[in-house]
Design a protein around this ligand. Sequence first.
Ligand code: GLN
Length: 217
Amino acid sequence: MSAPTPAGLVSSAAVNATSTPTIGVLALQGDVREHVAALRHCGAAPVLVRREAELAAVDGLVLPGGESTAISKLLQAFDLLEPLRARLRDGLPAFGSCAGMILLASEVLDTRPDAQHLSGIDMTVRRNAFGRQVDSFETDLEFTGLDTPVRAVFIRAPWVERVGDGVEVLARVPHGPAQGRIVAARQGNVVATSFHPEVTGDLRVHELFVDLVRKAG
Ligand code: GLN
């Protein structure tokens, strides 16, 4: 006969399935509020991250859309660049949308020479890749792990030109001049999308990320 479970103790699997992870949103510039609302809706406890001590306290981090070169400058001004690189090296789960994807790349094309990135995913990202005529558009696309296509909003978005071994491609542009371009990727606990799931009301990408943070915890 197995020993009775002590009162108040549940298996770690059950804890993980329902836990409320603390997920930071890097709040230096960009669409921070939309990510905070999406994370809250998905059962996480969102907190704003502007300081090293705030970064140290999170179970996962979202890097919002905005302007990657501005966020890069602010990361340095707020002394967050090296602490964030260190946490990513230690396995911090992270999700970057648009400018966030650019920041998570290991190589960035068409950016300013002094722009910094975080190398959270072994990938080469081209900034503002879709060109002027189609620089902002919406489409439905297949996304690995989701049953039905996700609505994707692209705003002066990047695409991924190269992924390293160990990087999973999650989504590609389904049609048009950029057909086949990679617009979502994952390496370990780090996920990036060219588009903005935080603005559509379809929160399934955030749900996937919150689940990933729970499992990593
Ligand atoms: N073009 C922006 C950049 O280079 C990204 C746009 C966005 O996040 N919507 O950072």
